[in-house]
Structure formats: C-alpha cells, structure tokens
Design a protein around this ligand. Structure first.
Ligand code: HEM
Length: 447
C-alpha cells in the first residue's frame, strides 16, 4: 500500500498523516490508487515522504546533496486538477530549493563539489528574473515551428532504427511475424537520444560515452542520492562538455551548443556554469522523458486493441495517441520542487511560508472532475490535450513541441511499418521500471 492513513504522527504530535512512499521501487505500480485516495481526502493534503537511511547515505553525503537533498519529509500534496493547474503557475511558489534556506541551514548542508553545482542548479530550479533571461536564450530554438523543420530527419532516424531491428532479426534467422526486439532498447530510447544529441551538436563518436555518463541519473534511489561511481561519471561528463565548448568557440558548427557558446562570448547573456547547466539539462530532459512517452504509448496501444485498430485505420490520430498517453500514463508523475515563498491559501488550507509543495500531474490528469472516465484510454478523447504532463507556467516544458513531434512520428512509423507488432510477454507480467519516471525498462515485442 502506498498511503497508510494512520502510520505517522505529524511533527507537532497529534494528527496522523498519510505516507507517500515515492522512494519505494514498487511505488509506481500502486500510484494511481494512492492519488485517488488523496483526491478524495481533499485538494490539499499534508503527506509524509519517508527518507530512507541506507548505508549509502553515510558513504555518499555529497551525492545526496547534489541531487536528492530535496524537499524534507512533510509536504503539501495537490492532487486535484483545478488546484494543480493553478499552483503550477502561481508565482508565490519558488522552484529553487535553496530560496528560503537561511545561511545557517545552507552552511549545514554537506558540501557539493564545485564542478557539480551547475548540474544541480538549472533553469528548472531558477526563479524569475534569472529564469526569464535564461529561458529567452533557448526558447526560440524549441518552438513548434523550429521543431517542424526536424520532421524529415526524425522520420529518417525512426525508419533507420527499424531497418536495424529488421536486419538484426534476419541475422538471427527470424522470419517476419516472429522477429523479436526490445522496443525500448531498439527504438524508444535511441530515437530521442539521437535527436537531442544532433540538435545540441554532440559528435556521434562521443555518444556512447555520454550515454554511459548519464545513465545512473535515472535509477530510483529514493532519497539516498547518487553513489560515488555515478558522481564520477557526471564529473567526466562536465569536463567533457567544458572541452566541447572551447572547441565550438573556436570552430562553430550549425548546432545549439555553438549558438549558446556564441551568446556567452558575445555578451553577458550567460556564464559558463549556466551554459554547462543548460546543456546538461536539455540533454537529459530531452530524452529520458520522451523514451517513456514512446514506450508507454506503444504499450497502451498494444493493450487496448480497439484503440490500436482505430489508430491503424486513421494514422492522423497519432496526435491523439500522444496526448492521451501523456494524460493516461505521463512520464512525470509529480512536480515536487515548489516551495511557498509566503503563506499561501489554497482551497481553504493555508500552506505556511517555507513549506514544500508537490503538484500531482498524474493525479490531476486522472481527476474525474476534469476528465470523463479518466481510467479509460481513449485516443479520440476531445480534451486529452488539457493534461498537465508538461507542467504549466514559466517552467512549462521547453521541449514539449519536440516531444510531441517525436511521439507522433514514432507511433506513425512503427505501426505503418509493422502493423502486426505485438507483445511477446503477457501484459500482466509487465510492470513499471524502478525508476524516477513512469516507464518500462523493456518492452519485448514480436514483429
Ligand atoms: C520542464 C515534462 C520532454 C526539456 C518540464 C516540466 C515537465 C516536463 C513536467 C516542468 C517541471 C516543473 O515545472 O518543475 C516532460 C515530458 C516530456 C518532456 C513529459 C516528454 C514526453 C522534454 C524534451 C526536452 C525537455 C524533449 C528537450 C529540450 C525541458 C526543460 C525544462 C522542462 C529544459 C525546464 C523548463 C524551465 O524550467 O523553464 N518537462 N518533458 N523536456 N523540460 Fe520537459
């Protein structure tokens, strides 16, 4: 069970508050029931987030601070659509975890290696006015129009990956209809990672190394943070990127890193640490979520055959598949990084200044007060696009137009090419991966 009504007394002694064990590897499996229970309790519910005390913690205090020293133990969880929708763009909440910490509190934190600070502090954790300045630098490169220009290349990449899967199956002697692949490894992962690497300008020869450096970020460690090996990899990634900036300063290319390096050189638009932070964020955010949009969408179609038939009959429904997947099984369940800058009243509850707030994106997208029959996967749902899977307000996902485009192309190309694609393992035996994001580690299919 994910919520346990009476398992914990609050800090002041009396009241019992539910526990939301987001660090539990099994959490995602029961999360929608937990969100439903929270929605029924009320629009704003104080929950406890257990902090695990594994031995890693003593060994790696710096890791915990760098990435997981997040939001304390008790948070206010928003689970209904109306409140989540408003809170996401409410400027009384800060996205910067350090915003309200006193000098003493900051001094008490274990030290974060200087080189890793830019990887911790990003656009995502910056408030206006710095956020406005940084976002302006990258926004024009990610508009729907700018992304549309990438369509032919993304189609080509998707086709190329399926060619490779076909060739690999042929080499194993498998016949059409009985060919095997892991859809995540062969398609859902390499597509977005290649697209974002090309857009940024990470040379092809370096991509395997870069993938290796960032892969640990996705492992769900609860509150235990990254281990030494993972931190070492990030250190190497950061050294690599700084060297790449020097190279692009001297020999600019037609890519986003060159444009940003140029912006840095031209004026005081951004510092080198900010540049590092931005490239790191775009690289990571640019693929880890989209892998799951593609994987979750394919899995949803394969387990809802009547929806799949509708899609195959009208491939222009790919937009609907994307939006409904984001609503139904969006990759990001919660935005946990909001802190009240002042006392904020929501639906009659006062959230005191300094409190941590979690916005339940998945909970909101399953709110029956907003979506009819939210537990039905329906690719023709007229209002599916009103989900909050990309957040809202100033931090609204920068890459939403890119993710939407990649998702549409992935679904169109995959089912056009292999209309009889099917799972090779019973759906009941599949479960969510033990990661921070909602998605599958592997999706074995026959084609
Ligand atoms: C922000 C989800 C794909 C880059 C966000 C936020 C969410 C989100 C929920 C807001 C977090 C908050 O308010 O704290 C997703 C999902 C994706 C996806 C579900 C895929 C299905 C991408 C892609 C990129 C990207 C492809 C590549 C550029 C970013 C960046 C931010 C962000 C840079 C920070 C924006 C800011 O703080 O101004 N994303 N994202 N995302 N996303 Fe995405």
């Amino acid at each position: 069970a994910v919520t346990e009504d009476v398992s914990r007394r609050d800090a002041q002694g009396g009241e019992s508050i539910p526990v939301l064990n987001v660090g539990d590897p099994e959490f995602l499996g029961g999360a929608y029931e937990a969100y439903e229970a929270l929605r029924e309790k009320g629009p704003v519910v104080r929950v406890a987030i257990p902090v695990s005390t594994g031995s890693d913690e003593e060994e790696n205090p710096e890791g915990r601070t760098a990435f997981q020293e997040i939001y304390g133990k008790e948070v206010f969880f928003l689970s209904r659509y109306a409140e989540v929708f408003e809170a996401l763009r409410d400027e009384r909440f800060s996205s910067c975890p350090h915003a309200l910490k006193s000098a003493e509190e900051l001094a008490e934190e274990p030290v974060v290696a200087e080189e890793l600070k830019p990887l911790r502090d990003s656009l995502l954790t910056t408030d206006a006015p710095d956020h406005t300045r940084l976002r302006k630098l990258v926004q024009p490169s990610f508009t729907a129009q700018a992304m549309e220009a990438l369509r032919p290349r993304i189609v080509q990449l998707a086709q190329g990956l399926l060619d490779q899967a076909e060739a690999a199956a042929a080499a194993r002697g498998e016949k059409a209809g009985e060919r095997r692949m892991d859809l995540v490894e062969a398609f859902a992962y390499p597509l977005p990672v290649t697209v974002i690497s090309e857009l940024l300008g990470i040379p092809e020869a370096d991509r395997d190394r870069v993938r290796h450096w960032t892969e640990d970020l996705l492992i769900n460690r609860g509150s235990r943070g990254l281990d030494k090996a993972a931190l070492g990899k990030l250190q190497e990634f950061s050294t690599y990127l700084r060297a790449l900036f020097v190279e692009r300063r001297d020999r600019p290319a037609e890519d986003l890193i060159s444009r940003m390096v140029h912006a840095k050189e031209e004026g005081d638009a951004l510092s080198e640490d900010e540049l590092l932070s931005m490239v790191f964020l775009i690289y990571v955010a640019g693929h880890v979520t989209t892998v799951n949009l593609i994987g979750n969408g394919v899995f949803a179609l394969l387990t809802h055959p009547e929806q799949l038939e509708r899609f195959k009959a009208s491939p222009s429904l790919s937009r609907g598949v994307v939006e409904e997947t984001l609503r139904f099984w969006g990759p990001v369940d919660t935005v946990s990084g909001r802190i009240a800058k002042e006392d904020v009243e929501i639906a009659g509850t006062v959230i005191p200044k300094g409190s941590r707030v979690m916005c339940g994106l998945a909970a909101a997208s399953h709110d029956p007060a907003r979506f009819d029959h939210p537990e039905a996967f329906d690719i023709t749902r007229p209002d599916a696009g009103r989900h909050v899977a990309f957040g809202r307000g100033i931090h609204l996902c920068l890459g939403a137009p890119l993710a939407r485009l990649e998702g549409q192309i992935a679904f169109e190309v995959l089912f056009d090419r292999f209309p009889s694609l099917r799972l090779s393992r019973p759906a009941e035996e599949m479960s969510w991966g033990h990661k921070v994001l909602r998605g599958f580690d592997e999706i074995p299919v026959l084609f």
